[in-house]
Design a protein around this ligand. Structure first.
Ligand SMILES: [Zn+2]
Ligand SMILES: [Zn+2]
Length: 364
C-alpha cells in the first residue's frame, strides 16, 4: 500500500472494528470489538483465516503467565495479506501466508547470532499475544513483515500448515537442537501436542528406536501414528527401567522433555546414556533441581539443551516443504473445529482436555 493510505485517518465505524479474543485478567476472556490494526513502516496486516489455541494461552488465561489486561491473545496465524505497510516488498494483498508464533526482526544482535527466538532479549522473539496483540482475531498486525510473512504453496490447505507456526516448529526443534543422528535412540516424555510433534521430529531426523511416554490412551494412538515404536504408560510400568532394558542397559542417546515438570525432567536425565543429550522443551515453574546420581555428579558428559520455538519466514518455508512433499501430516492433531464466535467454548474444551482433544482449529 502506498504511504498515503496509512496516513489517512479513517473514522471509526463498524467497518474499522473486528472481533478479537481479549484477555481482561486471570480467568477473564471475552470476544470483543476492537479496532482493525493498520500497518506502519515495515509492518503488514493479515486477515486471519485459521488459528488455534496453545497450552501457553491456557497458562495466560489462568494467570500463570502474566500479560497485560486488554491484550488480544493467540500466536498461531494463517491468513491472507490484507494491507502492506511502507518498506515491505515482494508481497501483494490477497496472498496466503503463514506466520510463525515467533516473529524475529532478523536484524538485532541476537537474530544475527542465530538466536532468532531471543530477538531483542530474553524470549523477545515471542511477541503475538505476549507483548503485542495476537492471532485469535479477524485481523493481525505482523511486525517485521519482511522477515516473517511466509507464502503458502497453493497445494497446501490452511489445516496442513497452521500447526507449523508453533507446536511443530517447537516439537521438531527438540531433535534438531539435540543433534539427533541417524540410528539414535530417542525417548520423548509426554505426548501432548508438542510431545507428539517431538516424536514426529525424531522420526524426521532419522532416529531408530523412538520411545514415547504417555498415559492417555487417545494420545498413545496418535503417538504411534507420529512415529513412536513403543509407548510406555508411566502409570503401569517403571519408565526408567523399561527404557534401560529396551536399550540393552545403555540408555537412549537423546531424551526429550515435553511437559515441564521436575519428575519428567529427572526421568529424562535418568534414561540418557553417558554423553547423551537431554533436550528440554517444557516450561517449568518454581525451581528445577538436577539430581546428582543420574547427572554423574557433573562428570557424565551430558548435554542439556533448551529451545524456544524457531520462527521467521525461512523456518516456516522449510516446514511447509515437509508438508508439501508428504514428509509430515499434522492434520490428525486438529481434532476439533470452532468458529471464532465459539472460541470461549473451544477454550473450555481444550482446557479440560475433553473428547480426546489435541488441538482445536479456530476459523475467524
Ligand atoms: Zn504456543
Ligand atoms: Zn532480532
Amino acid at each position: 500500500m502506498p504511504l498515503m493510505e496509512t496516513l489517512v485517518a479513517e473514522p471509526r465505524t463498524s467497518r474499522s472494528l473486528m472481533r478479537a479474543l481479549v484477555f481482561h485478567g486471570p480467568n477473564q476472556i471475552s470476544l470483543d470489538h476492537v479496532p482493525i490494526p493498520r500497518p506502519g513502516y515495515g509492518e503488514a496486516v493479515i486477515r486471519v483465516t485459521l488459528t488455534t489455541i496453545c497450552g501457553t494461552d491456557l497458562h495466560i488465561l489462568r494467570g500463570e503467565y502474566p500479560v497485560r489486561s486488554g491484550l488480544v491473545i493467540g500466536h498461531e496465524p494463517v491468513g491472507v495479506i490484507h494491507e502492506i505497510g511502507p518498506g515491505v516488498s515482494g508481497y501483494k494483498t490477497g496472498e496466503r501466508v503463514l506466520v510463525g508464533a515467533i516473529t524475529p526482526c532478523g536484524q538485532c544482535g541476537f537474530c544475527l547470532s542465530g538466536n532468532w527466538s531471543q530477538c531483542g532479549g530474553p524470549i523477545g522473539g515471542w511477541k503475538f499475544g505476549n507483548t503485542i496483540n495476537g492471532a485469535q482475531a479477524e485481523y493481525l498486525l505482523i511486525p517485521n513483515a519482511q522477515a516473517n510473512l511466509a507464502k503458502i504453496p497453493d497445494e497446501l490447505a490452511d489445516e496442513q500448515v497452521v500447526l507449523l507456526s508453533d507446536i511443530a516448529s517447537t516439537g521438531f526443534s527438540a531433535s534438531e537442537s539435540a543433534g539427533v543422528k541417524l540410528g539414535d535412540s530417542v525417548a520423548v516424555f509426554a505426548q501432548g501436542p508438542i510431545g507428539l510433534c517431538a516424536t514426529a521430529g525424531a522420526r524426521l531426523k532419522g532416529a531408530s528406536l523412538i520411545v514415547a511416554v504417555e498415559s492417555d490412551t487417545a494420545r498413545t494412538q496418535v503417538a504411534r501414528k507420529m512415529g513412536a515404536d513403543v509407548v510406555l504408560n508411566f502409570k503401569e510400568v517403571d519408565v526408567v527401567d523399561t527404557i534401560q532394558s529396551l536399550t540393552g542397559g545403555r540408555g537412549v542417546d537423546v531424551a526429550i522433555e515435553a511437559l515441564g515438570t521436575q519428575a519428567t525432567f529427572e526421568n529424562a536425565l535418568r534414561v540418557i546414556r553417558p554423553g547423551g543429550t537431554l533436550s528440554s522443551l517444557g516450561v517449568y515453574s518454581g525451581k528445577l533441581q538436577v539430581p546428582l546420581e543420574p547427572f554423574a555428579a557433573g562428570l557424565g558428559d551430558h548435554r542439556i539443551v533448551t529451545t524456544l520455538c524457531p520462527g521467521g519466514k525461512e523456518r516456516m518455508r522449510r516446514l511447509m516443504q515437509l508438508a508439501l512433499h508428504g514428509r509430515i501430516d499434522l492434520r490428525p492433531l486438529l481434532t476439533h473445529t470452532f468458529r471464532l464466535d465459539q472460541i470461549t467454548q473451544a477454550y473450555a474444551l481444550f482446557g479440560e482436555r475433553r473428547d480426546g482433544v489435541i488441538k482445536v482449529a479456530i476459523r475467524p
